[in-house]
Write a protein that binds this ligand. Sequence first.
Ligand SMILES: C[S@@+](CC[C@H](N)C(=O)[O-])C[C@H]1O[C@@H](n2cnc3c(N)ncnc32)[C@H](O)[C@@H]1O
Length: 258
Amino acid sequence: MGTLTPLRPGTVTLVAGGPGDPGLMTVAGRAAVEQADVLLVDHLAPQGALAWARPDAEVLDVAKLPRGRTTPQERINELLVTHARAGRRVVRLKGGDGFVFGRGMEEVLACAEAGVPTRVLPGVSSAVAVPALAGIPVTHRGIVHGFSVVSGHVPPGHPTCTLDYAALAATGTTLVVLMGVANLSCIAAELLAHGLSPETPAAVIARGGHPDQVVRTACLARIADVAAGLAPPAVTVIGDVARFAVPTPATELVEETR
Ligand SMILES: C[S@@+](CC[C@H](N)C(=O)[O-])C[C@H]1O[C@@H](n2cnc3c(N)ncnc32)[C@H](O)[C@@H]1O
């Protein structure tokens, strides 16, 4: 089954929405949105993509706002299954790629348990796209041969934090931190304590790909101060490639590189 195969009634399709600009969605993702009978939409999904939905399509806002209104995951799973069992073509529109800190697999498993067929349309994750929209390549020949993507939603040392910050400080790869802007000072301090140089370039990109994208840069020792006050969504890049950061609106970068 190709990614452009028409959606079947009674199925759920997970669509990667990319970082916010609908122009960064895949062709297959757009085709799925156009066919959907019902769409369940996250707050970081590209709201502009809803203009492609059929006028009679039902759009359900199932946002999980950090420290705000939230739709429990169990409720989202239940809605996916209920609508699919009613014979509808269900599209689950997510921000970025649903399999990168996106709970996509939880939804696939919930549907599988209920006997509902699913299809996953992968796409553009903010982990790579948001740095790129700020001019930062996560790898660059001769500088860095890899990148590590981690979640900073809990600070280092928190009982539920599973990250090994000593290993991250020593990895020699670009570090890309999602969901970490609120914990940035603890994260930077922990990396410094484990030997990462205070002079390491760093950048924080908030609302990447949106007209109000903000890029702040500093060395690791100062990045938390420089980025203070930035609100999510934001991606932090730590490593030599962060020195390529360009504080240019994303739309201009996209146009220039076409
Ligand atoms: C729950 S995670 C979901 C990630 C998503 N599945 C992906 O692949 O991009 C949400 C985090 O992604 C990052 N993010 C998503 N969209 C972003 C954007 N447009 N600008 C900056 N960061 C973004 C932020 O770190 C945000 O807190």
